[in-house]
Write a protein that binds this ligand. Structure first.
Ligand code: HEC
Length: 182
């Protein structure tokens, strides 16, 4: 074999090797390399998240314990809480329940179920915990249709109690002016 013939063989061999390696480097042939990041329980995008570990609790503490009745309002109704509630109301509730909270929001009329009048006795006579659960879980019709959406994923626990404290102030606003004493 002449020097040039040997050179051609060596180059051909090197090219073949490079070609085979390229197959792997461009993931044409995929190898699951062992890497430490992958040796752990993880889920890829769009996969269902792992279930919450047994006996774990949310960092804010349990909002309420199902089956134990309505929770008690832990947030004092001070001006800060009411103001936070007012702002949250104007972002999350006003479209349905209306600027006067009477259930006549701009999209309220388009709904099959008229949003509740939050100033009225029906709502105001319910305990704080009941309103909290309504905001958290929404209201579902018997056929599974949604009357009011569950807002627990949009609002923190504190947010929801602030809203309850705000709703309480609406009763006073809507109450008829007392007849002056003679
Ligand atoms: C998509 C529209 C919509 C939004 C947004 C909405 N609600 Fe409602 N809400 C309704 C409807 C409709 C009802 C009445 C459902 C029924 O009577 O079955 C209702 C009922 C209620 C009730 C009455 C529950 C009862 O027990 O009588 C409360 C309290 C309430 N909403 C509070 C809120 C608060 C606070 C927010 C904002 C955080 C909010 N809602 C956002 C549509 C909405």
């Amino acid at each position: 074999m002449s020097f040039y013939q040997r050179l051609v063989v060596v180059i051909a061999f090197a090219a073949l090797l490079l070609g085979v390696l390229t197959l792997f480097s461009y993931d044409i042939v995929k190898i699951d390399w062992i890497s430490f990041m992958e040796i752990q329980p993880s889920f890829k995008a769009m996969e269902n998240p792992l279930p919450v570990a047994a006996r774990s609790i949310p960092i804010e503490g349990a909002a309420y314990i199902p089956g134990q009745g309505a929770p008690v309002n832990p947030v004092k109704s001070d001006p800060t809480s009411v103001e936070r509630g007012r702002v949250l109301y104007s972002v999350t509730c006003i479209q349905c329940h209306g600027a006067k909270a009477d259930g006549n929001g701009i999209i309220g009329g388009a709904l099959v179920f008229q949003p509740a009048n939050l100033t009225g006795d029906v709502v105001q006579n319910k305990p704080d915990g009941s309103l909290f659960l309504t905001i958290s879980n929404g209201i579902q019709g018997t056929g599974g249709q949604i009357h009011m959406p569950a807002l627990n994923e949009n609002l923190t626990v504190r947010d929801r109690w602030d809203l309850v404290n705000y709703i309480r102030t609406l009763k006073a606003a809507a109450a008829p002016t007392p007849t002056p004493q003679p």
